[in-house]
Design a protein around this ligand. Sequence first.
Ligand code: ZN
Length: 208
Amino acid sequence: MDYYGASIGRLIEAFRSLPGIGTKSAQRLAFHIISMPEDDVKGIAKAMTEARHNVHFCKCCCTVTDGEICPICAGGESGKRNKRQIMVVENSRDLAAYEKTGRYDGVYHVLHGAISPMLGIGPNDIRLRELMMRLQGPDGECTADEVIIATNSSVEGESTAMYIVKLIRTLELPVKITRIASGVPVGGDIENIDEVTLERALKGRTEL
Ligand code: ZN
């Protein structure tokens, strides 16, 4: 990258470190940035640092949020949403996909990943412990009636689902466990699936 000079080179490298951005896209973004008015660039930089600083994980469901508790969990507290029905998803983008259907009034638990021995991601690297603590409640009483496992139908998603079932059974929690149905294609990422298919998958869930 030397032929561009050090500053541009650093910017290209910075973009290249982001997911889904290859060298060509990184170069395009970098050259776009240097052609923009300086104030606009400052605005982007500010939005990035502020989001990184302000956003943290909801202390109940682990999704990303600005406050202590996300708006969905707050809805559970106020009785607008059924907090005894917990849908387990791999990431906050999957949560958003289900929210867009407008047909789910339970709450969520966001794992932030899936178990993948290939990538060296084990059960302790995702938010499984938080899920189990949440299900057991502060006084040991089970806090849910149903856990809907909505991890992706990839190998990682399926092994994560099986692992969750095993954990719940081991702890002997009196909770119904369901898995979202077909309609979500094998290997398909939930965030890329249309709302009608997601709604069908949720309706047709089966008990494990
Ligand atoms: Zn929450």
